[in-house]
Structure formats: structure tokens, C-alpha cells
Design a binder for this molecule. Sequence first.
Ligand code: PMP
Length: 436
Amino acid sequence: GQSKPDISREKSTQLYEKAKQYFPGGVNSPVRAFKSVHGVPLFIEKGDGCLIWDADGNEFIDFCCSWGPLILGHNNEKVRESVTAALQNGLSFGAPTALENELAELILKNNRFIEKIRFVSSGTEAVMSAIRLARGYTNKDKIIKFEGCYHGHSDSLLVKAGSGLVTFGETSSAGVPKSFAEETIVIPLNDRKAVEEAFSQFKDQVAAVIIEGIPANNGLLIQEKEYVHFLREITQQNNALLIFDEVITGFRLGFEGAAAYYDVQPDIITYGKIIGGGMPVGAYGASNEIMSRISPDGNVYQAGTLSGNPIAMAAGIAQLSVLKSGVYKSLNSKALAFVEALQRYVSAKNYKVKIFSAGSIFWIAFTDKEHIRAASEIDPQSMEKYKVMHRELLNRGIYFGPSGYEVGFVSNAHTKTDLEKAKRAIFESLEVVFRN
Ligand code: PMP
């Protein structure tokens, strides 16, 4: 269990010093600032397949994959060619293009769970719009969300649990009016009683329950199928909608995402990440009936200058075409073999580690619990171990997201050899973590 010497971060440090003059915290999205792990953030110069290179020329096998979009890896040939072709015709028109039809057709013909879709430019926008649609459709205001689920940074959703089992939420960011937070009820995951109490306490006021397909923003909190079906039933009984936020799980667990994984029909599904192949795209979809409420057909307003942007559509079309042609089986079994090998190793070593996974999403948790299904079951102390592991991994050429609450992604570009190499680095890093 020897620590490796730190990689050079000379150029990254220089870039970060400059960036701090330009951006709050030196970044354009907070987790990137490496606040929960060792050292300055690495400035990435390029990626190819499962590899990325930073400004100092360090090479890494990447398990962050831009936080999920790059299911085919970096610089995928099909995606690059599709984008390059679209580029020849101009970047944006603010008018309909055939490319939007093409991506929509690819999705709707191969997804039993939605009939109509609307493209936006981020996951945040997709979920924000879905919430508005649910409120407009039901004529009710309150939404139920779960502690440990992230749904982007719109006002209604930057809300954390209050003190009671069922309470109005409290804002989790300055700048969110208390009156907004009061429209969001936050309850623990995997707790039927909390959902029942919320519905009885706020009778006829709940527009929707929103849950991540598989909660993957606060560790990987895999919910049981029965529980997800319970959510489906209780929402139906209360004339509330069930929103599946599939920004991570959509096109990740399979082409039909978590809806197929759990075999449940949500009322609205939101997408992001993979749908844009690395370009800024989000989307929300539902039945024809629910989607008919969106402007200009209906009175729920939602719009976007760059919505359905042709370059972004081209990237999405290429990526989803490759996925549809059959990637999931081999990707998911490759990821499972990787996860199982890690689990065998930590079990043999008697380390307090459990690797949770769903398809090609995995989370290394420093715990001896058999399952972690709710945010409160995560020991915040365990993040210190993640911090040590993260540093050791970087020093061995493995790039994980800079927070122990974040999941990892295996892409189709990770070969068995890459995963073998990563496995050895993870073993060595864990030996450092547990050396005392
Ligand atoms: N929902 C979920 C489930 C997410 O994981 C994210 C982003 N991690 C979002 C919404 C917000 O997406 P974006 O960052 O594209 O706005």
C-alpha cells in the first residue's frame, strides 16, 4: 500500500489561477473546482475513446465521461462525422430543421413510454419545464421530491429536506424565495409512509412526484421495483403525475432507460446528457394528451432560442443511432464484470467497501451496508476515504469525478484491457486508503 508521488499540475495550476480571476471559484460549474478532493482542478485538453489528457500532458482512463453524456467515449468517430457534416450548413437558425424530426423519430419509434417530445438545451431546463407542465396539467402547485435526488438548479428543485419526516422543504441555495420552497415537499427515499403522509397532509395539492430514474447524484441509491410501482399507484390515486428524471438513466440503462428497467409508465420523462452526445441538449416527453398542453398547442409556455439546435441534434442522432444498433448488452456485461471483480477484491480484503451498480453506472461506497437506498444512510465521514482514493487514482492515471457522492460511468470505449488496468489501480489505491 504505497502512495504514489503526485502528478505534475503545473499548467493546470497556472490555468486555474487565471480562471479564478474570471469565474467564481475558477469554474463554470461548482463540483469541477475539486473542493472535495486533493489539489487544483485538472484542466483537460483533449479526449479520445476512454482516455483524456490534461494540460500537463497527464493521461487518464476517464470514468467521469463528462458526467454521463459520453456513453460511446470521447471523440467518437460517428458523432464527430455527424457534427462535422452539420457544421457545413451553419450553426443555428431558430427555425425548424429536419434534424429535429430525425432525432425525435429515432427516440419515439424506439421508446414505448413517451409519444411526444420537446427538445431544450440542458437537463435543468428539461426538468424545470416538466414541473411547469405537471402544474399546468393538474392545476395544482405542490411537488414532492426526494432527499438525495438532484434535478438541476431551477428554483423549485433547489430545496432540501426540512426537519420533520414530511415537511415543506427548505431552500438549499440563497436566492430561492422561501415561498417557492414551500411548494416543494421533500421526503426520504425508500419510505412509503412518508409518501402517504405527504399525500394526506397536502390532499389535492400535489401536482407531481419527481424521482430520478435511479437516483445517481448522491451516491447510487437503487430503489426497489415494488417501491417505484408504489409511487406509480399512489400518484394515480391522487391525480398527481409521476415524473421520471432520466437525465442520467435515459439511454444509459438501455434505450428506454429506467422506465423499462423498472417496467413502469411515468407520466412525464426528462432527458439530458446522452441524448445530446456531448452537446447541450435536454428533452422532456409524455403522452400526446399531456404534451398537447405545451405552447403553442396549449397554455403551458416553454421556448428556447437554441432549442433543437442542428449541431446538437446531429450529435444526438449519431450517438443514439449507434446505441440503438446494439451496444447495451456488451456494455452492461463489461461493466458488471468490472464491478464484480472490484467487489470480489474488497470482500476478500475485508475492506468496508461496497460497489453498487446499475448497467454501466457504478458507485464505490465506503460502507459495510448491503444496500444504500436513502441519502441519510451515507456516512459523510466516508468521504475522507474517497478523497484519499481519488488522489491515488489520479496518480495512477485514473480519472474519477471529484466527489465521493458522484457515480462513475463505464463507456463503450473502455476495453477489457483498460478496465483491467483501472482495476489494478483501484486495488492499489484502496490498499493506500486502508493501510492503517
Ligand atoms: N437531473 C439529473 C438527474 C441530473 O443528473 C442532472 C445533472 N447532473 C440534471 C437534472 C441537470 O442537468 P444539467 O446539468 O444538464 O442542467
